[in-house]
Design a binder for this molecule. Structure first.
Ligand code: HEC
Length: 133
């Protein structure tokens, strides 16, 4: 699935309607949830910087933060609220970070960049569908 930056943006001067599905989180759950999201952004930053510097250790360390460890750390109360469509994107996203960890040992930097780009398609797909309130 290819999602373009233009999706959801309306003609100039018009306010776009928010059609994303609310996850129904409490304020505390939202704080925790968004902190995890910012950690995923930090992982992507570290991976890209690592690819640029051809620093495999940096890529591995950055990717590991958002892999299975983060999947396991999701609080049960949040997990219980996440719809199936959300979990079907979220689970594989953590697995893709684990794949980056493994492939960073051996793969060339171009294919790691390609895998990172593919991982980020999941960020875009989920962000287009859900909001955390
Ligand atoms: C399965 C769903 C899902 C996936 C996958 C996902 N996100 Fe999110 N993310 C969300 C939702 C929902 C929000 C809240 C959006 C809102 O309420 O406007 C969010 C918010 C964020 C925010 C804003 C944090 C803040 O403090 O406001 C960042 C940054 C972010 N995501 C980064 C990422 C990155 C990077 C990836 C991919 C590596 C990613 N997300 C993957 C669902 C997801």
């Amino acid at each position: 699935m290819l999602i373009t930056a233009a999706q959801g943006i309306k003609a100039e001067g018009q306010l776009a309607e928010d059609t994303r599905v609310s996850l129904g989180l409490t304020t505390a759950e939202r704080v925790e949830f968004l902190a995890e999201m910012r950690q995923m952004l930090a992982s992507i930053q570290g991976i890209i910087a690592g690819i640029g510097a051809e620093d495999r250790e940096r890529i591995i360390e950055a990717a590991r933060y958002s892999g299975n460890r983060m999947a396991r750390a999701t609080p049960a109360s949040v997990r219980a609220k996440l719809p199936t469509e959300f979990q079907e994107i979220g689970g594989p996203t953590h697995m893709l970070f684990e794949e980056i960890v493994i492939r960073a040992e051996t793969d060339d930097m171009a294919s790691l960049a390609e895998l990172t780009g593919r991982t980020m398609q999941n960020c875009l797909a989920c962000h287009a569908q859900f909001r955390a309130d």
